[in-house]
Design a protein. Structure first.
Length: 87
């Protein structure tokens, strides 16, 4: 398992369109991917759970990945939350 705190710099946070793009890509990884937002732990592969926490620009969240491609999943998430796209 890998954990990392990431400050979201994607403009306007994870509103509907970037959240959908994020979930679509995260679901391609085999690893379990969870986010801690405050005291809430959510499944990052669920659009409903992701939208329920309203991740905003400037917010710091903890990302936890666990599985065979956990490093790749974390690298994608780190890049996406800071730019809005995969680098």
């Amino acid at each position: 398992m890998i954990e990392k705190e990431i400050t979201v710099t994607i403009e306007n946070g994870l509103h509907a369109r970037p959240a959908a793009d994020f979930v679509k890509k995260v679901n391609q990884y085999k690893s379990k991917v969870e986010l801690m937002i405050g005291d809430r732990r959510i499944n990052a592969k669920s659009i409903l759970q992701l939208m329920s926490v309203a991740i905003m620009e400037g917010q710091t969240i903890k990302v936890m990945t666990d599985g065979e491609d956990e490093k790749d999943a974390l690298a994608f998430i780190d890049s996406f939350l800071q730019s809005g796209k995969e680098s």
